[in-house]
Design a protein around this ligand. Structure first.
Ligand code: HSE
Length: 432
């Protein structure tokens, strides 16, 4: 027997909103059995009225999500509009201000205003839940916030953008250009409205900042994330990675270092044997290194309507049961102000692809510049000689662990030496 229904106000009827509407209808008996409450969409807002063949029953239509959040008789405001500021943010604030629970998939809004919204939710003793904001259907928020509470987390590294992973996987497997792969991702409904959010790494950065706050018990600090996208990755890099036993993935990595918390998003060489390297297509994957549990990887669909609706449903179930956890795992007052570790101090191995003048002494010059910065080389591969002393050939270097500053300085000097032309391609290597 169900107790009071769980009255929902749904803002946004895009891919996820529509999928959630169907999921709630199809799973209502299960939901009642598990939580004791029947979820019911009593109000919705969207760009236009009309039920689009969705089971919205007698739900009241609001042309403006802010008005719905402020006035509708609802227990939960479900925000599936998107956008860091503007109507989504204003509506969420309006809901929290009057003590209405909020469930959101909006990573951009959380990255920009997460702390303020968590504080509002805490003061109103309501939920601010966002399982759907990171990793689509992959329950990484709950894992960090609840399942791994007994761990000190050292590092979180993840493939957090389905569009980028789809593009890189397709480029590698089918040797087709970047633009064609991007169009296909857009057609399949994975990409953000503005695809530069995906391919530029910004969507991953938003998600990473949320994971870092949860993992390290810290105040969310999205501005600290160093961001590089996948635009510069070529088929030559993917082929070289393959030869070296790596795959290239757009990773978001947050880790504790001696200098503070490092947060970075960039194309990364990962060994083919690791779970993240084997996470292909639109799938997302997150590896969490905890001191008690060791390394744990979650892999699953990171985008798409049904998968994301599955995550929203999990948050709704918690609210229906009366389970109320602090948004970022601990009360806002207990979140630490983490020191920022700059990317210049990053330590790790590097893959470098250079266009090198094909004449005696070029390699020696490059090796000397590396040695001057105490960079130890793991391998240097020149595919083939040109037979022309004025021609340039492609050379791939893999270094042992060094610092970002050292490698950048060494490469700048090789350019000055005149043995290298064009900006070198530099890809960081992430070891398990
Ligand atoms: N554009 C995002 C992605 C959607 O490609 O992963 C999910 O946040």
């Amino acid at each position: 027997m169900a107790n009071r229904p769980l009255k929902l106000g749904l803002a946004g009827l895009g891919t996820v909103g529509a999928a959630l509407t169907r999921l709630i209808c199809a799973r209502s008996d299960d939901f009642v059995a598990r939580t004791g409450r029947l979820p019911e969409i009593v109000a919705y807002s969207a760009r236009s009225a009309g039920e689009r063949g969705l089971p919205l029953g007698g739900a009241h239509f609001y042309p403006d999500a802010r008005e719905m959040a402020a006035k509708a008789d609802i227990d939960v405001f479900v925000e599936l509009i998107g956008g860091a500021s503007g109507p989504a943010y204003e509506a969420v604030r309006a809901a929290l201000a009057r003590g209405v629970h909020v469930v959101t998939a909006n990573k951009a809004m959380l990255a920009a205003h997460g702390l303020e919204l968590a504080d509002m939710a805490e003061k109103a003793a309501v939920a601010l839940s966002f399982e759907a904001a990171v990793g689509g259907g992959v329950p990484v928020i709950k894992t960090l916030r609840e399942a791994l509470v007994g761990n000190r987390i050292q590092r979180v590294s993840g493939i957090l953008n389905g569009t980028c992973n789809f593009i890189l996987s397709k480029m590698e497997a089918e040797r087709i250009p970047f633009d064609v792969c991007l169009k296909e991702a857009q057609r399949l409904g994975y990409a953000e409205a503005d695809p530069t959010f995906d391919i530029g790494g910004f969507d991953t950065a938003h998600k990473l900042s949320i994971l870092a706050a949860l993992a390290f018990g810290a105040r969310i600090d999205a501005e600290a994330v160093s961001v590089e996208g996948i635009e510069s990755i070529t088929l030559a890099d993917l082929a070289a990675a393959d030869d070296l036993g790596f795959r290239i993935k757009l990773l978001g990595v947050a880790q504790r270092t001696d200098h503070g918390v490092e947060q970075r998003v960039h194309p990364t060489m990962v060994a083919k044997t690791t779970p993240l390297a084997q996470t292909m297509g639109v799938l997302n994957g997150v590896t969490i290194d905890g001191d008690a549990v060791g390394a744990l990887t979650l892999v699953g669909p990171g985008a798409g309507g049904d998968a994301t609706a599955s995550a929203v449903a999990a948050d709704l179930a918690d609210i229906a049961r009366g389970v109320l956890a602090p948004a970022f795992g601990r009360p806002v007052a207990l979140l630490a102000e983490a020191e920022r570790a700059s990317i210049q101090r990053h330590e790790g191995g590097y893959y470098v692809r250079l266009s090198v003048l094909d004449r005696p002494g070029s390699m020696a010059t490059i090796a000397r510049r590396m040695a001057e910065r105490t960079i130890s080389l793991e391998s240097i591969v020149q595919k083939r000689a040109s037979g022309d002393a004025n021609a340039y050939v492609s050379v791939v270097i893999v270094t042992h662990a060094t610092t970002e500053t050292s490698i950048r300085e060494a490469l700048a000097l090789t350019l000055e030496d005149g043995v290298v032309r064009e900006k070198p391609q530099v890809i960081r290597i992430e070891r398990p």
